[in-house]
Unconditional design. Structure first.
Length: 322
């Protein structure tokens, strides 16, 4: 690779709204900056296509590991996206059409030579709930349907199920329903928009009480510790934003088996950073858009997960330039 330090673009939510102590994107920016790489901050609305060429208009930034002042905006950056060495797509769901349109622009930059993490085609193809169907050997009984009678039959079969939308995050609109729940039909009607929208149902896993485990993968390989998000109080959701507590743990043999089943396939499709959600012995989701958990694991285990990712990116850029 040339002696010029890489320029890294970060497509993300508004940087002023993040929670710096928990934000994995900030951890990535800090790791890149420590390597001497320059940072360009972009939001979805800063991207555009003109005659097949992807352009962006953002800000050069510097970041700090400071809960009060975690970024400093510099001057405006406006150029073709392919003048950036790498772009990290870290926009949170919902996975809507605007997200899809953004991947088209990032794909044009990728075809012009920029490394995009994760691969835009993979971002489009790997819906975080539905893509578990490619690894059914790892999952609990799972149904994706628009029909309420399908869900009612699934509920009758399993007695207690979890119903959730296909495009959400952070535990939003996730319902636990049992066969005697008087609201079961309302939940099904709401999440399927009266049978106009697909939703997912999975057999309820009581092991959620011990935590919803997040296994981070870097280029298909699991990080040495996982983050168990243990639900708090009466809320059954294992999501940090829903009040769960994050607890670092070693991976079990079953956790490693799941990572070995899923990780190489993700890496083959250009997914350099992913998060697997595992409850008990079962894979429930595959997060490829903007997985979190870096800050908690780093703090509890003395790791530097973001720098592990930057090392992979550096090797990819060296290979590209060679």
């Amino acid at each position: 690779m040339s002696t010029r330090q890489p320029r890294i673009g970060m497509v993300m939510d508004p940087i002023e709204t993040i929670k710096p102590a928990k934000d994995s994107t900030l951890a990535m920016m800090l790791a890149a900056q420590r390597r001497g790489w320059s940072l360009v901050y972009l939001q979805q609305g800063d991207l555009r296509l003109r005659d097949g060429v992807a352009w962006g208009r953002g800000l050069r930034v510097r970041v700090a590991d400071d809960a009060r002042h975690w970024f400093e905006a510099g001057d405006t950056w406006a150029d073709r996206l392919d003048t950036l060495d790498a772009i990290l797509m870290r926009k949170d769901p919902p996975f809507d059409m605007e997200f899809i349109h953004t991947t088209y622009m990032l794909e044009r930059a990728q075809l012009a030579g920029t490394l995009v993490v994760n691969d835009p085609v993979a971002l489009r193809n790997m819906n975080e709930k539905a893509y578990t169907a490619w690894f059914a050997q790892c999952t609990p009984p799972t149904l994706i349907t628009r029909r309420k009678d399908d869900m009612r039959a699934f509920l009758a079969e399993h007695g207690r199920i979890v119903i959730k939308p296909l495009d959400g995050m952070g535990g939003r609109s996730v319902f636990v329903v049992d066969r005697n729940d008087p609201n079961r039909n309302v939940v099904m009607e709401t999440l399927t928009a009266d049978e106009r929208r697909y939703a997912m149902a999975q057999r309820y896993l009581p092991e959620i009480a011990d935590g919803d485990k997040r296994i981070l993968l870097i280029d298909g390989e699991p990080v040495e510790r996982l983050l168990a998000r243990v639900p708090g109080g009466d809320d059954p959701r294992g999501n940090l934003v829903a009040g769960a507590t994050g607890e670092a743990r070693p991976l079990s043999a079953r956790d490693r088996w799941i990572a070995e089943e899923v990780g190489p396939e993700l890496a083959r499709h250009g997914v350099l950073f992913a998060g697997l959600d595992v409850i008990g012995d079962h894979l429930t989701e595959i997060n490829v858009t903007s997985p979190t958990g870096i800050r908690e694991l780093d703090a509890q285990c003395g790791l530097d997960i973001a720098d592990q990712l930057m090392a992979v990116i550096a090797r990819r850029l060296e290979t590209r330039d060679a």
